[in-house]
Design a protein around this ligand. Structure first.
Ligand SMILES: *Cc1c(COP(=O)(O)O)cnc(C)c1O
Length: 463
């Protein structure tokens, strides 16, 4: 092992240096991948030197998500304390299903869940788990909602037309999850949003009534805290009333921006959260832990158990259910996703996490201020969002983003709202400074200035 740890240290140094020198790696076209890198596997072993060389080339040619020019997805940067925690989790290689096998790591996970429940405002009847990501958190919430509506479902399967509601701007996992738990995609209603990308409570209410009149069984409403494109927050309080009236489970998908629970300044964006049935957020998004680190909490500890526990004499041989976390998880063997979040939280405290969240909103404000002050840009996103959506000189966003990627200038993606496509820059890397944000725009502008052939702006403005 020591020998491989030495290789690890060598490669880590190389990577950190390369990230500084070249924040965006030149992409290898997918069709040239196998000719460019030594990836193929063979019958014979590889000698140590060529093994190390192959690994080095692989690592140096992999997209760099921790640098100051990565704005492509809803994660970015590298928190050293969280990375340390994850490296140790790999080294320890426990499975989180039982206390016998995971020991104090169980306590780590339970401590985080307890603290998160407190922050949400749940009482002692609450509990939670670490699913494998935001999509799976949403899935587990949907399963609990289905079973809460009709406990027989666990044994008999879905026998009614059960209907789920989510906004047109919500994450695609809701539809996918409906297929997994026997609800079916056609039973997911995508409710209209207002101009800010928030679900329209009136439209939701009408849709529910219509389904009831048709004899269907509404059971689940998914609200979003930070929609994937615009970063919009659905108004939870209004949805609570509707859910109460019709006895529906309300889940808040906070995968992207649910971490606002750590911020005194931004917690108001999820006002009413303590009354929702379940809530999830991804620490690997706003809080910068390595992928994946998703936390699902519910007000109904019993429902979590009822939906996910299964007796297994060969597995649960010691200790009470409260310490055998396999009783509340989807899978059996489960990776330790808690330790990296604990090392982070332990080291910077709750106020440290709060400062990370606040910083991202400040960076977004810096970006929006810059865009508003420069008439070459059109801004599409709103205050209280860390998704900064814009177009530059009328250049089609997809074309701009692709060229920036191919030329190894910037990693940034595009999205659309109301049929307008735009660049979506996400200020989720709290390691960035205002200067880094301005550097992003300068890099983009000088790239465009260098590409007169690609960017005949007159032509685009005519479109
Ligand atoms: C990222 C995201 C998800 C999915 O989370 P994964 O961890 O990628 O599965 C779900 N909902 C929203 C709003 C997201 O932004």
């Amino acid at each position: 092992m020591q020998q491989d740890l030495a290789i690890f240290n060598y490669l880590a140094e190389k990577l950190l240096e390369a990230e500084k020198q070249q924040p965006v790696v030149k992409p290898i076209p997918a069709e040239e991948l196998y000719e460019t890198l030594d990836i193929s596997l063979s019958n014979e072993p590889t000698n140590e030197a060529s093994f190390k060389e192959a690994l080095e080339q692989l690592i140096l040619n992999t997209p760099r998500t921790a640098t100051k020019l990565f704005f492509n997805q809803l994660f970015g940067g590298r928190n050293p304390k969280a990375t340390l925690g994850d490296l140790l989790a790999v080294l320890l290689n426990n499975s989180m299903y039982t206390y016998k096998v995971a020991g104090p790591q169980v306590g780590i996970e339970k401590e985080i869940i307890k603290k998160v429940c407190e922050l949400v405002g749940y009482n002692a009847d609450s509990d939670g788990t670490f699913p494998t990501g935001g999509s799976m958190s949403n899935y587990m919430a949907m399963v609990m909602a289905r079973d809460a509506k009709n406990p027989d479902t666990k044994y008999k399967g879905v026998t009614q037309k059960m209907i789920a509601y989510t906004s047109a701007e919500s994450h695609y996992s809701t539809s996918k999850n409906a297929t997994f738990c026997g609800i079916g995609r056609e039973q997911v209603r995508h409710i209209a949003v207002n101009q800010y990308g928030q679900i329209e409570p009136q439209a939701l209410s009408q849709a529910i009534k219509k389904d009831i009149n048709l004899g269907h069984t509404p059971f689940f409403v998914n609200a979003t805290a930070g929609t994937t494109v615009l970063g919009a927050f659905d108004a939870i309080e209004q949805l609570l009333e509707i859910c109460k009236e019709h006895n529906l489970w309300l889940h808040v998908d906070g995968a992207y921006c649910g971490s606002v629970i750590f911020s005194k300044k931004y917690k108001h964006l999820v006002a009413g959260l303590e009354k929702v049935d379940s809530f999830s957020f991804n620490a690997h998004k706003m809080l910068g832990t390595p992928l994946t680190c998703s936390i699902l909490v519910t007000k109904h500890k019993k429902q979590l158990r009822d939906s996910f526990s299964n007796d297994a004499a060969y597995l649960y041989q010691t200790d009470g259910d409260d310490y055998n976390l396999g009783k509340t998880s989807l899978q059996c063997g489960r990776r330790n996703d808690a330790l990296k979040f604990w090392t982070l939280w332990k080291s910077v405290g709750t106020i440290g996490l709060e400062s990370y969240v606040d910083k991202q909103f400040e960076l977004a404000e810096t970006a929006r201020d810059y865009l508003k002050s420069n008439s070459d840009y059109t801004l599409y996103s709103f205050d209280n969002s860390i998704s900064v959506c814009f177009n530059y000189k009328g250049i089609p966003a997809q074309k701009l983003c692709t060229l920036l990627y191919e030329h190894a200038e910037i990693m940034v993606g595009f999205g659309s709202f109301n049929d307008t496509e735009f660049v979506r820059m996400v200020t989720i890397n709290y390691g960035n400074s205002s200067e880094d944000i301005l550097h992003f725009f300068k890099t983009l502008e000088s790239f465009v200035a260098k590409q007169p052939i690609f960017f005949d702006t007159e032509v685009f403005q005519d479109n």
